[in-house]
Design a protein around this ligand. Sequence first.
Ligand code: UDP
Length: 377
Amino acid sequence: MTSAPLIDLIAGARPNFMKIAPIIDALQAARARGAAVRFRLVHTGQHYDRTMSGSFFEQLGLPDPDVNLEVGSGTAAEQTAAIMTRYEQVLLREKSALCVVVGDVTSTMACAITAQKLGVPVAHVEGGLRSGDWSMPEEINRLVTDAITNYFFTTTEGANAQLRSNGVGGERIFFVGNTMIDTLLKHRPRFQAPPVWTHAGLRPQGFLVLTLHRPANVDDEDRLRGLMAEVMRGACGRPVVFPVHPRTAKTLQRIGVTAPNLHLTEPLSYLEFNFLVERAQAVITDSGGVTEETTVLGVPCLTLRDTTERPETVALGTNELIGSDPVALHPYLEKLYAGGWKRGAIPPRWDGFAGERIVTHLLERLGVSSGSVESAP
Ligand code: UDP
């Protein structure tokens, strides 16, 4: 008897969990309809504690990982090596029919290389994004992963065009939408207030949210001190809620920034973080995913970077690229406070059905019948 084909789903760091969850939902639904397919959730352990991993499993209803590679902290090369060595063992024990990687973290690249070298085809969810900035570790991960990806599941027309210009044939590109937005739309009714909402006496549209974790912004003390000074000056006394990424916490502890209206918290759970984002007057960030979520929630977003791999959040959405000089925040904040921020529109296919579309294509690739249900629009 031949067993049902096995799909590996790779997740390793915070922004992966919300991207993989809708694919798991859709695979579970397909299995419930009788589709003969198996999946194995592989957690690399790149992020491993409760605030950066555990809380997402609970809140998003993710099943326990089938495999945990437990690679833990280390330099990028140490983590890449550990993930590759350990995932190789997993594949040697049982080879999967397909390896699905999401986003642009070290785990994405490391597992794509390992799978492809053992002859396992790779599907990349969020393929085709490019910032053009090779100083960002994520850009290297995107370039390497896409160079060895068989099937691209894309979020935007820009990503499709990028892949085509790299010589990828249209038959390997599937414009499915955005699984991160599937998760946002599904869980929006369940967003919940974090303790800081009451402690800081926050009111809708009466505060700012700040997130920073890019090495270029947070590793250097002077750089982070300068950023914090301009953000606090630009807040003009409004409360600023800053859930601090572990990478940022190290530098922040050394420089010790305080202000009566600055509310530092641990990284927030997904439902708590997006409760604040939905009610914020604006979000100041260097995150990629947050620029997509603010676009869908219609919340003004100011991105402290020179480039973005998600230009649709600026061209269509509520995001503005401020650049790396934080002094440039001020004219944008003045515009915001004067009520002149653009309203933005939601990019095509960011409609909550990306996970279903992906699974329909995956089953087709594997020659598995998906059962007889209405397919996603
Ligand atoms: N996020 C969260 N809690 C926080 C900060 C972010 O749940 O305190 C979520 C956010 O809603 C988004 C994801 O984490 O879904 C973005 O991750 P991150 O900024 O670490 O990565 P990037 O998108 O820049 O790769």
